[in-house]
Design a protein around this ligand. Structure first.
Ligand code: ADP
Length: 588
């Protein structure tokens, strides 16, 4: 049902744990409230389990660092446990670590009752969605409430359409929510302030070059030409707050990426949701689109499922697929690129399972570039979470070294290039080195405080008083690392990196406190997807428009070619989301 922002932002909660017990039920399980702990994707997960009359009466999800997409998996598991009165249940696919950590925490709490898991008597689940009607009517039905879907919804509503958005997860946001939310915008207000020269043409060429010219130039041009306008729309109409600094993402010619408040997609999703709801857009969460309905050669409805109940969402004007990529669908990944197997962790939201691509293919849509799957080079080596502390690199203030203490790639290279170079190093990992001045300048210990503390606690990030001490923590060759730093500092004096030709301003490292962060590549973005034209209409295998069907965002292909440059996705999803929204709203 409709969900509100309080739920979106409730992923990290702190509760006080009170353990007490009272009477014993017929099952022999002692009533009471028990605290438990497990270890998930973001570290410790705390829960509080309440047993009453031998049954699970409640589970409070306590302190944890699971990002919203994964926290959502815990919410699902919690509900299933209460509904079925079982703890040893199946994990949520795509959220293995969070699921296992949560189940472990509840088991830990339950073990304090002294009873066995087999003492829990299973309850039958009733698939009761009585609050939902059998069908709903709208002008535009949108599948997916991430950045593309919400941008489309707002624009469609602003063009007078009655809009319904379907979201299969319990909360809105998708990959957009857990991203840093940065947006590449040539000619933006901060570039002007800093005197950075940029142009639509330079951006256009960067996107094409970054994608090895496998991109559709017509679609790329749409992004290059509309990025500034889209950013101004976010700032002025949607009330998104942007920070007053930019980041320099790999593969771009100049620094041009705007940063939303706290360098987090939460700011985008929060503001887009408020705006959409203020325009009367109805958002149904926990509602998964399953099938597109075609009548007289036109897509006219979406068949969806809410709590086991099938519901028809009729779309008078059109359907927009904004269901994201397929990074969390292992089978689909391997089918399209066998190298992207289970050995590679993923940064993606649980909901990124390619449903929109599958549904559209069933009615004859064309897919393109499906084999191009991007890994993000600097992720948590144990969980795959994208590490925002690593944004120090994007400020141009970090180097990447290997276990031998040597640099091995230009730190502002394309993601695919750094990822590939990293997999070729000892252990398939990199070590990001930076000093205290860089940490202060980037401010990531504050803006990503929870992540920072978690990494320090787990020893994946170390702060030390000397290069030697930091290197020894990971077993890095300290002497060689010191030589690498000295060499890098000498390049800073001349402004020319003689080894890797690092772009941007080179800033020398100071002596004293420093940091090293261990990281590895993880699956991040699927470049392939549905073939659209510049009006965001989905094309069939003969390049004909499929009437009534639009797509925007990561569900589409051919925009980023072999490789998407950092911060181009937000530009893409907002621009094509808005085009799809306007065109669907005004279609006959
Ligand atoms: P984009 O960046 O293209 O907007 P996101 O990953 O941010 O993509 O958002 C896509 C959203 O679509 C996610 O919230 C995801 O849970 C949702 N979604 C995916 N498949 C379905 C489906 N079958 N029905 C409803 N929502 C879906």
């Amino acid at each position: 049902m409709k969900k509100f922002l309080s739920i979106l932002l409730s992923a990290v909660m702190a509760v006080s744990m009170v353990a007490c017990s009272s009477s014993t039920s017929e099952t022999g399980i002692k009533d009471g409230t028990y605290a438990g702990e497990g270890s998930g994707k973001g570290g410790k997960i705390a829960v509080e389990l309440t047993m009453k009359d031998g049954q699970i009466a409640d589970i409070v999800i306590g302190e944890n660092n699971e990002t919203p997409g994964f926290a959502d998996a815990m919410t699902q598991l919690r509900q299933t446990m209460i509904d079925t009165n079982q703890i040893d249940i199946d994990i949520v696919s795509g959220a293995t670590l969070s699921s296992k950590g949560f189940i472990e925490a509840v088991k830990d709490a339950y073990s304090k009752t002294g009873a066995e898991l087999t003492d829990l008597v299973a309850k039958k689940v009733s698939n009761n969605s009585s609050e939902m009607a059998d069908s709903y009517d709208a002008d535009v039905v949108i599948v997916g409430a991430g950045g593309a879907g919400l941008s489309a919804a707002i624009t469609a509503a602003e063009n007078g359409a009655k809009v319904i958005v379907l979201e299969k997860m319990n909360n809105v946001g998708g990959n957009t929510l857990i991203s840093g939310g940065e947006m590449a915008v040539p000619g933006n207000w901060l570039q002007k302030k800093e005197g950075i020269e940029d142009s639509v043409e330079t951006f256009y060429n960067d996107i094409l070059k970054g994608g090895d010219n496998e991109n559709d130039p017509e679609l790329v041009r749409v992004i290059a030409e509309n990025a500034l306008n889209a950013a101004e729309w976010l700032k002025d109409d949607v009330n998104v707050t942007f920070e007053d600094y930019m980041l320099f993402f790999g593969g771009h010619s100049v620094k041009r990426s705007l940063v939303p408040l706290n360098a987090s997609g939460v700011e985008l999703i929060e503001k887009l949701t408020v705006k959409a709801e203020s325009l009367g857009v109805e958002i149904y969460t926990n509602t998964q689109a399953k099938k597109l309905v075609v009548e007289n050669d036109k897509v006219v409805a979406v068949k969806a499922e809410n709590n086991g109940k099938e519901i028809d969402f009729n779309a008078k004007n059109g359907v927009i697929l904004a269901s994201g990529g397929f990074g969390s669908n292992l089978e689909m990944r391997i089918a399209n690129n066998p190298e992207m197997d289970e050995k590679i962790l993923s940064t993606n939201s649980v909901g990124s399972t390619g449903d929109g691509i599958t549904m559209a293919e069933e009615i004859g849509a064309q897919t393109v570039d499906m084999q191009y799957i991007q890994t993000y080079p600097t992720c948590d080596p144990e969980t795959g979470t994208l590490l925002y502390v690593g944004d120090v690199r994007l400020e141009g203030r970090a180097i990447l070294v290997n276990l031998e203490g040597k640099r091995f790639v230009e730190e502002l290279e394309r993601r695919d290039v750094i990822s590939l170079a990293t997999t070729e190093q000892t252990g398939g990992v990199s070590y990001m080195y930076f000093d205290e001045a860089s940490m202060q300048a980037a401010g990531v210990a504050e803006s990503h405080k929870t992540e920072y503390e978690n990494l320090i606690e787990r020893g994946i990030l170390v702060k030390a008083n000397s290069v030697k001490e930091a290197a020894e923590h990971f077993g890095i060759d300290a002497e060689e690392l010191q030589k690498t730093i000295d060499r890098y500092n000498s390049y800073c004096e001349t402004g020319k990196d003689l080894e890797f030709n690092k772009r941007g301003k080179l800033i020398a490292f100071e002596e004293g406190p420093c940091y090293i962060m261990k990281s590895a590549p993880a699956i991040h973005h699927t470049m392939g997807g549905l073939k659209i034209n510049k009006e965001a209409q989905v094309l069939d295998k003969d390049n004909n428009v499929i009437n009534g069907l639009y797509a925007a965002g990561e569900v589409t292909g051919d925009i980023h070619g072999t490789n998407r440059l950092g911060s181009d996705a937000i530009a893409d999803i907002v621009i094509f989301g808005r085009i799809a929204g306007e065109n669907a709203a005004t279609a006959k």
